[in-house]
Design a binder for this molecule. Sequence first.
Ligand code: LLP
Length: 482
Amino acid sequence: MTTNAAGSPLAPEWLQVPADLNALHTPMWAGDVARNDAGELAIDGIPVSELQRQFGTPLFVMSENDFRARARAFSDAFNDAFADICGGVDVYYAGKSFLCTSVVRWVEEEGLRLDTASGGELAVAARAGIPGADVALHGNNKSDGEIHRALDLQLGRIVVDSLAELERVAKIAEARGETARVMLRLTPGVHAHTHEFIATAHEDQKFGLSMAGDSTDQAGLSAAEEAVAAASGYPGIELLGLHCHIGSQIFEPDGFALAAEKLLDFLAAMQAKYSIVLPELDLGGGYGIAYTPVDTPRPPAEIAQAMAAVVRTKCAELGITAPRISIEPGRAIVGSTTFTLYEVGTLKTVRVDAPGDGNVTYPRRYVSVDGGMSDNARPVLYDADYSAILASRTSDAAPQLSRVVGKHCESGDIVVRDVYLPEDVAAGDLLAVPGTGAYCWALSSNYNYLARPGVVAVRDGSARLIVRGETEEDLLNRDMGV
Ligand code: LLP
């Protein structure tokens, strides 16, 4: 994939000059994206110029088949790995990564469940018609309205985040003469990021019930233990089990494994001390994807087997029956299914001082596109790296270090910080940025009164809007003008 061609001294160390600027690095793309005979990028045979003609740019272009395949891959891998441990795994797609009613239906048709994090996400689930029993509700600050809505929809689980919320859910359910099915979100002190994880005794974050012994006023009792003990006293609560989520964009399974061990220790301790048997354990989401050629995510089967081995061993060691396991992948299902299609506008090259030597300068080319931080806030929010490719044609021109930027009134409005693109990229060309399925549309905004792009789903050679793009009319509709 890479050559020894001299790169720009302005490029970050990880960025290599591609051997072939026209080639797709497949881990970053949906399975049905390829160049056609004319050299144009096409998805399931539909060229990007046709998508632009029909739907405009910027545009989120999603492969429905790829989404379904990734959902199945996770489900199959975890079900296989855990079959002999707990009869299989319930996979909840994390809707916060990207949610609309079509996606809820795909999730349901592929046998997955749905994880929501607000009343709004519940509204999408309800509109799509997924049975409430297959839906979970998260949130560290659920409103009474959201709790009522969860009960109205007879949700399979409410993931309770604090002692105060446990009491509130209990009271609301009891007043309705109902029982809420509850998981307790615990903070095991394991934080993972890409390749490393850290483990701490105390948590300094807004989510979850602490497992540290000194986290409540009662000597030696953690908030987590207090919640387990309290839950059994509420007639409005059916305590299903425990939950944790240790981070996002994680490649190595070690952090998940350590969190699983800590929660199983705790589960066994609760069983011994209170004779409370908790039948479920949710290990959250967070599985990483490839945004650039240097990202190397592991296949779902590898992660699933590593986690299963730990759960199997730990349960045997503790002498407990393994709880039913669930997971909540979002990014790993939807992230790589989608690319964003942009049209190139203004180009400009600046001279930049060489790092460490102000006497030498090198060129950096700015390639402006017709979207930006309003359709992908991740580079600004998290310093996230992306990649881009010339999509409307191939080119034999030399690679040039480029920075793809948006059209917003902010100098930080960067879409792809560093990428080699052909020297002859020009206004009117189309660029495609892969890996934009998760947390891009979901985090989009109307900054500078830009209309949010639509989302097109491609399946079996045809493309349809699953979320229409906003119009200027949409933007003006909420301005009361008084
Ligand atoms: N479960 C819980 C409780 C979560 O909080 C999250 C993500 C997930 C599951 C799904 O995680 P995933 O598999 O998608 O990594 N906006 C950030 C990511 C925020 C993740 C929030 N929670 C980003 O764009 O990187």
